[in-house]
Design a protein. Sequence first.
Length: 426
Amino acid sequence: MSEREAGHPADIAVGAGQQAEHFDIVIIGGGLVGASLACALAPLMECHSKGGSDRAPLRVAVVEANELPSAADMTRFQPSFDARASAIAAGSRQRFTAFGLWESMQEHATPIRTIHVSERGHLGATRMRAEELGMPALGHVIPNAWMGQVLHRRLAELPLVWYCPARVSEIAVTANGHQLTLDDGRLLDAGLTVLADGGRSGLKERLGIHSEAQPYGQHALITTVEMSQPHQGVAYERFTSDGPMALLPLAGRRMELVWTRSPENTDTLMSLPDSDFLHALQRAFGERAGRFRCVGQRHAYPLSLVRASEGTRPGLAVLGNAAHSLHPVAGQGFNLALRGVTDLVAAIEAGQARGEVAGASSVLGDFETRRSDDRDNVVLFSDGLIRLFGVDSHWLGHARAAGLIGLNLISPLKRLLARRSMGVER
């Protein structure tokens, strides 16, 4: 098969050759973050004139290790009871709207109309309601598989070059960026290389970019549960002495559960029969959301606060989990990554207006300036919640309860907190 410039999975770049192919931007990783970046770059891949000066369209490639779905697979979607999902903040919905994706994405999006935050053993609670902010929803919960399908449908329409399935086996710094060697020997010259591979490839480490990890000593157990009553668009965040729990609304009476426990307790919960697991969950969460009737397949993974020691270098940007991995308590991980996507595109576009290439130091310095405060604030917020509610103290418990009650009463403060968590204020 020959290499073609197209985003459709049927038009994947294959074949061999030792002469390097040049691209303005090479995105390593075609998952949710990498695919979102490619969609956001769409206007810059097209010829356009602005301010009286013509600019050549950017040449963009995506290197993805996993085989993409076929064209037939992308024409149908059957939601699975066990499908993993993500909470998409209102700000992220606005970004997907700007990418021209939200109309399709909302087909399987469940709105979050209320966020209920409480602590087990204390009466204090706070509720954030969309209607109080004059918004239709605080956010949405979308199956990851559906998000991926919508993103890749859009990518099929763009003049991308796909290298898939393919891995970058070597990465070398050059005068104009990086040269990437794929596992089949093909060479790519990239003016800007974007690591959006979740940090799993080891490329960061080969470049001397290390990750600073602070383990929480907890595992996240994630599954889908079915409730005895309609959830009415309420998302629950409940703090317990063993770790926080979140319930996110899905289609019908289903909800996604994120339950953090110690590694030993997680192993026990993973091994329980469904009926015993539901009983343990009911005892830990209570009945404010109703009775837990059914549970899907359970998944678990260890939790750490992970940050890359560097987010940018000349010719290099690190995005998504490759740049930072957060505790899921506040549901900020993908939303933070998506803001990084739009900030990178804004920096590239601003650089183009100055006649600079995408990988220029000034462009990436602009990107880092746009990102730093937002990233640091979100890390501080999510990590602070875990550490605040993780201290088992009688007096501190009463103080936290009073704080939750007070937050419910002080409307301006609650609105500010809600808007920041939705990603519409930074």
